[in-house]
Design a protein around this ligand. Structure first.
Ligand SMILES: Cc1ncc(COP(=O)(O)O)c(C=O)c1O
Length: 387
C-alpha cells in the first residue's frame, strides 16, 4: 500500500519536510519541530494532571530537548550518556529520572552527583546499589504488566518484578534509608489495547493499599510509562481516547485525589514529527515469472529501521510515482540477509519504480537514529536534521 501524505501530515508541514528532505543526500531523517510541539501540546492538554518525563531514547536531538526544557518537562534517562545530553541543555538533575533498572553502581553515583534523586528499580541488588551510591534518594519500583500481545513493540519480561517483590523492595528501600516513592510500569510500546493500563493501575492500587495498611508506607507516585500511540499503517485510537480512558481507570481506583502521575512518552511525541527519506538502489525479480519484485533501498535494519524486526512496526510508505501497484519485498542495502525489512507483509509499490526513486517513510521520528549502526558495511549512521 502506498499511503497518502494527507493521512499523516497537514499539507503545510508535509511540503516543508519534503522540500527540505529533497535537497539532502539519502538516507536521512528530517524532524519537524512544530509537529513535535503540537504532539507535546496534545499530550499536556490530554493529561493536564500529569508530569511528562520524555523518554529521550526515542530521539535525543538537542533541538527537541530544548523545547522540552523550555516547556518545563522532565526527562526519563537510561544511561550517563543520555544524562550528559540533557544536562548539556541546561536542565538540572532534579528534572531527571534514572529510568533504567539495569545500571552500574558507578553510574548511579554519577547521576547522584549531578543532582538526580529519582531512580527506577526492580531488584534487590540494584536497590542496594542505589542506597549506597545515591543515599536518601527517591525510588520507584517497576512492576511486570500484561499487554505484550497487543503492543507492536512489547517491553515485557526483561523489566519489572511481580507485585510481591515490588512490595518487598519498597520496604527494603525504606529500611535502607531511601524514600519508597512510587510504582512504575510500561505496558509495551505502541500499545493498542488501552485496557492494558486498567489492569496495571489495578495492580498498583493493591500495592499502594497493602503497603499503607500493613506497613504504614505511603507511596506518592504512579509512573504510567510510555506505550501511547504513533500513527503507523495499522491505526490506533487517538491520544485523547487513551487519556480519557486512562484517567477514568485512575479515578476508579484512586478516587478524586490522584497520587502524583508521571508519563514517560517517547514514540507518541516524536514518531510523527519525522520523515525518513531513502533512495531505491535496485529493483529485481528472483525468477522470470516472479510474482513480486525485490526493492532494495539505501536504508535498512542496520541504518535505523531495526523496529522492522519481525515486521513489528509497519511504517507508512509514500512514493511520488503513480501507476499500477504490485507487491514487493523491501530490503536494505547491506550484505546481511537479516537486512530484509518486509517480506510477509507485502507493501505495494508502482510497477514503474526504478533505481534512484525516493521512498518517504512516514512516522519515523522515534527509535531510528538512535538504533542506527555506526559502521556496518561501512555505511555511516543515519543522518538527521531538525527543521
Ligand atoms: C522505561 C521506559 N519508559 C518510557 C519508554 C518510552 O516508551 P514509548 O516510546 O512507548 O512511549 C521506554 C521505551 O523503551 C522505556 O523503556
Amino acid at each position: 500500500m502506498v499511503v497518502q501524505p494527507e493521512d499523516y501530515y497537514d499539507a503545510e508541514s508535509f511540503a516543508r519536510l519534503k522540500e527540505f528532505a529533497d535537497k539532502q543526500e539519502t538516507p536521512c531523517l528530517v524532524v519537524d519541530k512544530s509537529i513535535f510541539e503540537r504532539q507535546l501540546d496534545d499530550l499536556i492538554s490530554s493529561f493536564p494532571y500529569a508530569k511528562t518525563y520524555y523518554a529521550i531514547k526515542a530521539n535525543p536531538m538537542p533541538e527537541l530537548l530544548g523545547i522540552l526544557r523550555d516547556r518545563g518537562c522532565c526527562f526519563d534517562v537510561a544511561s550517563r550518556y543520555e544524562l550528559d545530553k540533557v544536562l548539556a541543555q541546561g536542565v538540572t538533575g532534579d528534572r531527571v529520572s534514572y529510568g533504567n533498572t539495569i545500571k552500574k553502581a558507578r553510574d548511579i553515583r554519577y547521576f547522584y552527583e549531578k543532582g538526580v534523586n529519582l531512580f527506577a528499580t526492580d531488584s534487590e541488588a540494584d536497590l542496594r546499589n542505589i542506597a549506597k551510591a545515591a543515599p536518601g534518594s527517591r525510588v520507584f519500583v517497576r512492576i511486570l504488566t500484561e499487554g505484550s500481545q497487543t503492543a507492536d513493540w512489547p517491553l515485557s519480561r526483561k523489566f519489572g518484578c511481580q507485585t510481591d517483590m515490588a512490595m518487598d523492595l519498597c520496604l527494603l528501600a525504606r529500611d535502607l534509608g531511601l524514600v519508597p516513592y512510587g510504582i512504575s510500569f510500561h505496558v509495551g510500546s505502541q500499545q493498542r489495547d488501552i485496557g492494558a493500563w486498567d489492569s496495571a493501575i489495578a495492580k498498583v492500587k493493591v500495592i499502594f493499599e497493602r503497603l499503607k495498611e500493613e506497613d504504614g508506607v505511603v507511596l506518592k507516585m504512579i509512573n504510567l510509562g510510555g506505550g501511547f500511540p504513533a500513527n503507523y499503517i495499522s491505526r490506533t485510537n487517538d491520544l485523547k481516547t487513551y487519556a480519557e480512558e486512562i484517567t477514568r481507570f485512575l479515578h476508579e481506583d484512586f478516587g478524586d485525589e490522584l497520587p502524583e502521575i508521571i508519563l514517560e512518552p517517547g514514540r507518541s511525541l516524536v514518531a510523527n514529527a519525522g520523515i525518513l527519506v531513502s533512495e531505491v538502489v535496485l529493483v529485481s525479480r528472483k525468477d522470470r515469472y516472479g510474482l513480486h519484485r525485490w526493492v532494495y533501498t539505501d536504508v535498512g535494519k542496520f541504518g535505523g529501521l531495526i523496529e522492522t524486526m519481525d515486521e513489528s512496526i509497519k511504517y507508512p510508505l509514500f512514493v511520488e510515482k503513480k501507476g499500477e501497484l504490485e507487491e514487493v519485498v523491501l530490503a536494505g542495502p547491506t550484505c546481511d540477509s537479516a537486512d530484509i525489512l518486509y517480506e510477509d507483509y507485502k507493501y505495494e509499490l508502482p510497477l514503474n519504480l526504478a533505481s534512484g526513486d525516493r521512498l518517504y517513510w512516514f512516522s519515523t521520528g522515534a527509535y531510528t537514529t538512535t538504533y542506527s549502526a555506526v559502521e556496518f558495511n561501512g555505511f555511516p549512521p543515519l543522518a538527521s536534521f531538525c527543521i
